[in-house]
Design a protein around this ligand. Structure first.
Ligand code: SF4
Length: 71
């Protein structure tokens, strides 16, 4: 049974897998199971590691006025 602790819409990618490590490549990671793999690949041994995903930045609207911050 799949864990429901994390968002299931996050795509499976080697860059988020517990078995991967970064090295001197922007497009590949080093996997302890399969060696060098692409960051967007995955296999059936994939295990999500929440500490490896960098969330998208939220874009704030830049049309705030001074009155918006007065209580
Ligand atoms: S190849 Fe499989 S085990 Fe290795 S990092 Fe990718 S998903 Fe994880």
């Amino acid at each position: 049974m799949k864990s429901k602790l994390f968002n299931t819409d996050i795509p499976r990618q080697c860059q988020h897998c517990v078995y991967s490590r970064e090295f001197d490549s922007a497009t590949e990671v080093l996997c302890s199971k399969r060696g060098v793999v692409g960051i967007r690949d995955y296999c059936r041994k994939y295990v999500y590691d929440v500490t490896k995903r960098v969330p998208n930045k939220h874009v704030l609207a830049d049309d705030y006025k001074r009155d918006d911050f007065i209580i």
